[in-house]
Design a protein around this ligand. Structure first.
Ligand SMILES: Nc1ncnc2c1ncn2[C@@H]1O[C@H](COP(=O)(O)OP(=O)(O)OP(=O)(O)O)[C@@H](O)[C@H]1O
Ligand SMILES: [Mg+2]
Length: 368
């Protein structure tokens, strides 16, 4: 079991700071934020009011100029982008924002049509496309209504239809389900999931709505202008499943396992590659997710493979626990995927879990 190869990077945020106000009133609201989002990912951003979520979203959407740091969308740097290029950029982004900017003089259908007019869809199909999209958000019978005759939730759904109709590569949504009842909210979330799965659309949603968290691939938590956690949900679940197969982690509670899984990184190796090398300083602990490895040790007659490890086996702990160089080389037999934990995180886990510590001591005794 392992994850599919990582997809291309859609949004790359690096070292982003942001200030509002001037002089005495100048106040920093974003602090050194970095985040990589891949194509087709749905990322949910949560955090207390005033923590900087909307500010970050508007920076990504080129609705606000970048002051410090870098944001790239599909490889294109936004910092210092000329206004004309910004407009071009925004055409590939679907915005679902709290103030939905529907044009009051136009009907729901006409509001959605406006977005279609920016594309090269044939004019004769505009109304049909708009009607289908309004149908998808459950507003077929409201297509001819103007915004003032729609409820808050219905207006929100028109704005969503307008944001999604062109299947943009990136969707930025700020509390998209806040004004919606349970069914309409679930419907919107389903549409976003379909776009992500079928068209590789990348979706960033700011929300406090616990009901929609289950669509997310990742949850990013923001506090006081800092991204404080970034949980890759599927990956964490896969790593937990592998850790559970591993004797030393068996006794741990799901929440402790999750803590450890979140700190592990996936690494891949091909046949013959050394994952660790005898004599090197030990810096990581490894769990094998798939494939087989040889343990190669110095013997009286030279180096030779002394044991084989496979899925669910682990290695690398001795050097970390004893603070000694690696006592053997571990090399990949074929394609191997491992999850690694840094020495620091490994030792912290050993110290904080009694059963883990006991098992590790027993292990040291036998593997010496
Ligand atoms: N245009 C502005 N001028 C000055 N300060 C601003 C401006 N916009 C936002 N701020 C401040 O920046 C901080 C972050 O605001 P932001 O709107 O990004 O928060 P948020 O996380 O989206 O909050 P909420 O969950 O309430 O929407 C807040 O302290 C806010 O008061
Ligand atoms: Mg906000």
């Amino acid at each position: 079991m392992s994850l599919p190869p990582p997809r291309e990077v859609a949004v790359e945020i690096a070292g982003v700071n942001h200030h509002f106000g001037k002089g005495e009133a100048r106040k920093q609201v974003l602090f050194d934020n970095s985040l990589v989002i891949r194509r087709g990912e749905i990322v949910i951003m949560t955090g207390p009011s005033g923590s900087g979520k909307t500010t970050l979203l508007t920076l990504i959407g080129t609705l606000r100029g970048i002051q410090e740091g870098s944001i790239r969308i599909n490889g294109q740097e936004l910092a210092g982008l000329a206004p004309a290029a910004q407009v071009q950029m925004r055409r590939n982004i679907g915005f679902i924002f709290q103030a939905h900017n529907l044009l009051n003089a136009l009907t729901a259908r006409q509001n959605v049509r406006m977005a279609i007019e920016l594309t090269d869809a044939p004019r004769a199909r505009y109304d049909q496309i708009a009607n289908e999209m309004l149908g998808a958000v459950g507003l077929s019978d409201r297509a001819s209504y103007k915004p003032r005759n729609l409820s808050g939730g219905q207006r929100q759904r028109v704005a969503i239809a307008r944001a999604l109709v062109n299947k943009p590569r990136l969707i930025l949504a700020d509390e998209p389900t806040a004004a919606l009842d349970k069914d309409s909210g679930a419907n919107v979330v389903r549409l976003l999931r379909e776009l992500a799965n079928n068209h590789g659309t990348t979706v960033m949603i700011v929300t406090h709505d616990a009901r929609i968290i289950n669509v997310a691939d990742r949850i990013v938590n923001m506090v006081d202008g800092h991204i404080v956690s970034d949980v890759r949900i599927k990956e964490t679940m896969i790593i937990c499943a592998i850790l559970k197969k591993c004797s030393v982690f068996k006794e741990m509670s799901p929440s402790d396992l999750t803590d450890i899984a979140q700190k592990m990184a996936e690494e891949r190796f091909t046949a013959g590659e050394n994952i660790i090398r005898a004599g090197d300083v030990g810096d990581k602990f490894y769990v094998i997710a798939s494939g087989e490895t040889d343990i190669i040790a110095e013997t009286a007659t030279g180096t030779r493979a002394v044991a084989k490890l496979g899925e669910g086996d682990f290695f690398g702990e001795v050097a970390l626990l004893k603070d000694q160089p690696r006592n053997a080389t571990v090399s990949a037999r074929g394609d191997v995927t491992v999850y690694s934990l840094s020495k620091e995180n490994f030792l912290a886990a050993v110290r904080s879990h009694k059963s883990f510590e006991d098992q590790m001591s027993a292990m040291l005794f036998t593997r010496g």
